[in-house]
Design a protein around this ligand. Sequence first.
Ligand code: NAI
Length: 317
Amino acid sequence: MAAKGKVGIIGSGLIGRGWAMLFAASGYEVCLFDILPEQVSGALDNIKMRLHDLQKAGLLRGSLTADEQFGLISGCSDFNAACQGALHIQECVPENLELKRKIFSQLDAVADDNVVLSSSTSCILPSKIFTGLKHVKQCIVAHPVNPPYYVPLVELIPHPETDPSTMDRTRALMVEIGQSPVSLKKEVDGFALNRIQYAIIAESWRLIQDGVMSPEDVDTVMSAGLGRRYAFIGPLEVMHLNAEGMKSYIERYGETMQRVLSTFGPIPDFSGPALEQVDTAMTSRTPSTPEALTERRRWRDARLTGLARLQSDMDNS
Ligand code: NAI
């Protein structure tokens, strides 16, 4: 079986493993590197087990078997060897600017003129990581959502000097591996997902802080209400469908939206009694212990998998 090409992954923690599985599912040869060799061997054991579990459950992505996919993934104890000949290198080291800058200067030194150098950063701006690099035109942020195997969104954010072809190639690669890329035309703090997520968190917090609702009920507004629609259509399309089109929605609800929005308070400080109340509500369902959190994440992933399967069945019917 000939691989499609090589992808280097720098950092084999949670996100590095997720990317490795996605690329291998599409037939790419993956080289995993980590500063800690035991992280690489742990990652390989974990990936092998997960691929076989997914195969047993009929949920493996792509057309290759679990063994074939695992056969495409290898560990690398040498940074240069992980990067050599790669068409795409995905950095997945901890969220620390100095560390990311160090990794990208190492990548800059070994990169040829074709490889895409991509960071998984959740919230560091591309201009902070890539400015001054010789290969800045080939640099991009490709921010996945955890767990990437079940949640397909990838945000693509360019540095002001990123070449449009780097965005195009990365977008095409993400589509090819079954993810759903969105492109930001320029960098903005928080990118798109976290800006929208933080707006939701802020208002959720205010409703609790102001004594309007319990934390459990606030979460139900999303899980049993807005989230049901948002799994299939975004807020703009919700508007379009909830009236006779977008302009009709604005005619009917524009003033109401402005009135309600004008009552939103200042940014919460996420501390004090509101924090205690939210923490008590969350820990009463899922204690903050590694075992309980792992168990609840498994529950979440099973549901995300079911949703992904439902969506793919509906799209194909
Ligand atoms: P992690 O802590 O699970 O894994 C980081 C890995 O990088 C570890 O295995 C560590 O040994 C390795 N590492 C540290 N220094 C290194 C170096 N100099 N060279 C090579 N490897 C090195 O972190 P995680 O959660 O996988 O996050 C990685 C990146 O992905 C971060 O930038 C994070 O913000 C981003 N991200 C994380 C998400 C999440 O939910 N965990 C979601 C989306 C993006």
